[in-house]
Ligand binder design. Structure first.
Ligand code: SAH
Length: 222
């Protein structure tokens, strides 16, 4: 999962996005580099390509959205990755965040409940020249046991509490980042495992689509 030169005309836009993220307080150099390398325009609908490198969330179909880059950057920074980790992402969506993760850790597994989004993400990852990401179609609220434990878990959808299976699949010293519903809004929370105890920190406000599944909200199956 190394870097590869991209023959496209968006390099300047990516550089500007990196400057925007820096100005918004993102300091992790590996995170900034990932945003400078990954072609976000390949992960969003054709009609929105003009806005691909704006720091804004965009619709990706099926009532789902790709988060604003600064939101994702904050998430990725909170995971504090050093390149050696196995990371589980819940909520593949477009596949963009999974692509960013390939620059930040050793192994990426991502789970998406909506089959057309999962297959769209696989296609986009392939077009971006990124291999090695395992995209699983299914309910991520139960995690993905086959590759557990994970040193990093990132949940890109909000629920009332952290699904128990995800805590079970979090490795010693591992970090889990997820938006939780609190007091009418959402708070971004980081949980760090130390033996049998879990340390919880609140990192700020969040605004995410609901986590739908066995350990999330109930919803229409798609
Ligand atoms: N990280 C994504 C954005 C994710 S949006 C990106 O970079 O584009 C949140 C996603 O979570 C949606 O695609 C939604 O379908 C998915 N989702 C919601 N509940 C889920 C669940 N239980 N398991 C897997 N995916 C889920």
């Amino acid at each position: 999962m190394g870097s590869r030169p991209l023959a496209d005309t968006y390099g300047g836009y990516r550089a500007r996005l990196v400057e925007t993220l820096r100005a918004k307080g993102i300091r992790d150099l590996a995170v900034l580099r990932a945003f400078g390398e990954i072609p976000r325009h390949l992960f969003i609908p054709e009609a929105l390509v003009r806005r691909a490198y704006d720091d804004t969330s965009l619709p990706i179909g099926n009532q789902q959205t790709i988060s604003a880059p600064s939101t994702q950057a904050r998430y990725l920074e909170a995971l504090a990755l050093n390149g050696t980790e196995r990371v589980l992402e819940i909520g593949t969506g477009s596949g963009y965040q999974a692509a960013l993760l390939t620059y930040l850790c050793r192994r990426v597994v991502t789970v998406e409940r909506i089959a057309v989004l999962a297959s769209g993400a696989r296609t986009a990852l392939e077009r971006a020249g990124i291999d090695g990401v395992l995209v699983v179609t299914g309910d991520g609220s139960i995690g993905y046991r086959s590759d557990a434990p994970y040193e990093g878990i990132v949940v890109a959808a909000a629920g009332p509490e952290v699904p128990e299976p995800l805590l079970e699949q979090l490795a010693e010293g591992g970090r889990l980042v997820m938006p939780l519903e609190r007091g009418g809004g959402q708070a971004l929370v980081r949980i760090t495992r130390a033996g049998d105890s879990l340390r919880e920190e609140t990192l700020g406000n969040a605004q995410f689509v609901p986590l739908i599944g066995r350990h999330g909200h109930t919803g229409e199956p798609s």
